[in-house]
Design a protein around this ligand. Structure first.
Ligand code: ADP
Length: 189
């Protein structure tokens, strides 16, 4: 199963990815997690992206495309994968298409988790408060920027993938288990 999880910050992509990992035995490829790991390890990549992420802007397309290309070649991706946080722009989606074509692979579905912005702000600020503000980009100002960036650059991907007949939309405002059930139903149906 080769999936993309699409949805604004705080929609529950990480939570649902966890379930899909167990259900299908495939890894979650989260560009956000990979970039944060690079920042924590103070690698050249981490230094390059640190300030961009702190502002809630997007890192350059070629940077994330390179990371994902390498990651897709790893052994654990041979039965599939869940892309979480990638692609995030039309250019990334087009690059992914070329990558997959070169590797002889195709996508099975793009799961769109729908959620409204105000609920997301409340949700993420609550998560940040409970975790002691672990993520530097989880303050209200940066968060509003991340949501704006999503609307402007990432939301158009719903149409992009709809045109390919791949999109399954679920209501991310429901409870966690309900969202999981909708995703399973959408993937099996
Ligand atoms: P969230 O979904 O909560 O906004 P992520 O963990 O997916 O957060 O990403 C955190 C940050 O990492 C983004 O705001 C952005 O700066 C950077 N990032 C992650 N994935 C990408 C990507 N595919 N393209 C560009 N920047 C990315």
């Amino acid at each position: 199963m080769r999936l993309i999880l699409l949805g604004p910050p705080g929609a529950g992509k990480g939570t649902q990815a966890q379930f899909l990992i167990d259900e299908f035995g495939i890894p979650q490829l989260s560009t956000g997690d990979m970039l944060r790991a690079a920042i924590a390890a103070e690698t050249p990549l981490g230094l390059e992206v640190k300030d961009i992420i702190a502002r809630g802007d997007l890192v350059p397309d070629e940077t994330v495309v390179g990371i994902i290309s390498d990651r897709l070649d790893e052994e654990d991706c041979k039965n599939g994968f869940i892309l979480d946080g990638f692609p995030r722009t039309t250019a990334q989606a087009e690059a992914l298409e070329v990558l997959l074509e070169d590797k002889g692979l195709s996508l099975d579905a793009v799961v769109e988790i729908k959620a409204d912005a105000d609920t997301l702000v409340a949700r993420i600020l609550k998560r940040a408060a409970e975790s002691g503000g672990a993520r530097e980009d989880d303050n209200e100002e940066v968060l509003r920027n991340r949501l704006d960036v999503y609307e402007e650059l990432t939301a158009p991907l719903v149409e992009y993938y709809s045109g390919k007949g791949l999109v399954k939309s679920v209501d991310g405002m429901a409870g966690i288990e309900e969202v999981t059930a909708s995703i399973m139903k959408a993937l099996k149906g």
